[in-house]
Design a binder for this molecule. Sequence first.
Ligand code: ADP
Length: 488
Amino acid sequence: MANGKFRAKIKRGATRAKQKSGSIYFLLWSAFALFSFLIVLLVSFSQSYLIRETYERQTEKTLVEKGKQIETVLARTSLYDLESEQFSEFIRYLSSSNDVNVCILGADGKVYSPNGGISDDGGDTFRSDYAQEARILLEKLKQNGGKSVVYSASREYVYGASLGFYDGQPIYLYVNTDLQFLHGVMGQMTVRMILIALLVFILSFAVSSAISGALVKPLTMLTEKTRRFARGDYEVDFSDGAYGDEIVELAGTLNFARDEISKADKMQKELIANVSHDFKTPLTMIKAYASMIREISGDNPEKRNKHAQVIEDEADRLTSLVSDVLDLSKIRSGLDALKITKFDVSSYLYDVLDRFVYLVENKGYTFLLDIDDGLFIQADEIKIGQVLYNLIGNAVNYTGDDKKVYISLKRENSTVKFSVRDTGKGIKKEELSTIWDRYYRSGETHKRPVNGTGLGLSIVKSILEKHNFNFGVDSKVGEGSTFYVYFN
Ligand code: ADP
């Protein structure tokens, strides 16, 4: 059931990952599409604006030139019969040769010379009612003080000038050219731009597909491997097949996490195995000796006391084992916050040493001390007491047959250095780094005067790391070991 739930969880995680990879794709595509769309828009806008500007300016300039020419020609011509077919022919000729529409208008919009000059090629067609145009023209001429004018009106450009009088009425030259060419070009450009925009959309779709595919592939691979890892496969190699600096870095970090987790997992298993083994031994002893008291030694006070002592010793071992396991788990989990105070570590060390006095008095141990008085440090007093007790206890346990333990506490530059040396068999080079992490001594049958649970150095390490104190061990096989701590 629990397994089923676990699997369901993994599956849910996978679905979420899938949604996310989809969204990367969508994000990329929309970013690409938007970007290219904006570029197309910008280019088409600037182009059409530029073309329109240039074309209009050019048209206006040409119209002014042609208008002036036509005005000059007309000024040299005697305008005696504007309504004659001959004059109309002449105006038509002026229109077609200049590629414009030429009209002679009265003030009321009367057309004196209807033209058809460029109507053949679909240009401006003949308009009988020019009242509106005449009104605008007169207005413009008035504004310009009677001098010739050029202006744009709806889809055309107009050149206008006063030509004097005919039949007692004022007459005006009205030359216009439309912007049809420009509108044609603009229309074509719009179609082209729409096509380009479409192409850009398709291209951005293809490019974003390719990029997001390349991006998402290693991520999918990592997700798959993480799933295997979550199922307990510590052999999985995240770096295998990873590409791209960032992904390779991520894979490296995952590999590191995998190593750490598998190490912790291994240690956890070892701890449980070793601790339960260590619980079992004293329990078996307690049970056996209790039976012995009941069945054999109950009536014999001497034997009974001996057996009861064994039960007491084993119970003590159990107690210290339980408290060590608790200490370690509390320190490791961070539940046990440090209570930092400033205290005299010199006198505190003497207090710790008092606990070993019975060894000196009864077991022939010698403690050689080199302790400076009045050294103060900032730390958690109780925890530092645990460190000192464990390190001295180990030195006692592992020192040589001379039973000598050297203890020193000295000021060194700005720090206080504690060290404890024994004359025992030392620690092998390959074991030097692992003794701090080993949860339990391996197959050790050494008879120890100080109770050890195999967790001592792990506790020491955790406490000192929490304080950020430097510590270490120097050891030579056959000569002994020196454990040291800098209370900086
Ligand atoms: P234990 O209860 O076994 O002493 P510790 O965690 O204190 O557990 O020590 C771990 C291991 O480190 C010991 O089993 C022993 O092999 C080694 N060790 C610790 N102190 C010394 C020492 N002073 N000399 C030699 N070996 C030591």
